[in-house]
Write a new protein. Structure first.
Length: 134
């Protein structure tokens, strides 16, 4: 029985290796400028220190009356929610009729070492919510 499956397994392993080599070849040719992320149109509506609040431009005539605030991790980038046109949480939310805002925390530096979670919640997020309510 093993004799019958061994050629199939070897063929499958060879095909997997071929696909991996092809993927590595394609990835090695890819440059940063070849892929644009975070391209959904947005407008800056508030800036406090490094923190920026963006409002995405609606794609429906009348967005939902209650806006949605997206806050990504402090150590990541908000663009993870808007990778590409066909891989974008933001675009899907806009297409569903939501009014979408997002917080960009900026790039941390030594100046941010004393900022705690309470600062982000009570100061930055609270200011963003106040701006959205206006």
């Amino acid at each position: 029985m093993i004799e019958n499956t061994l050629p199939a397994l070897l063929g499958e392993a060879a095909e997997t290796q071929r696909k991996l080599l092809d993927a590595l070849s394609r990835l090695s040719q890819l440059r940063d400028g070849d892929v644009q992320i975070g391209t959904t149109p947005r407008d800056e509506v508030l800036r406090i220190d490094k923190t920026v609040l963006y409002r995405y431009r609606p794609v429906v005539e009348k967005p939902a009356p209650v806006p949605l605030l997206l806050t990504y991790a402090l150590v990541g980038r908000y663009t993870m929610m808007d990778l590409q046109e066909d891989r974008s949480l933001v675009r899907n939310l806009l297409a569903a009729g939501l009014d979408v805002y997002v917080v960009d925390w900026g790039h941390p530096s030594r100046a941010d070492r004393f900022a705690g979670l309470a600062d982000y919640v009570n100061d930055y997020i609270a200011a963003c919510v106040d701006e959205m309510c206006r």
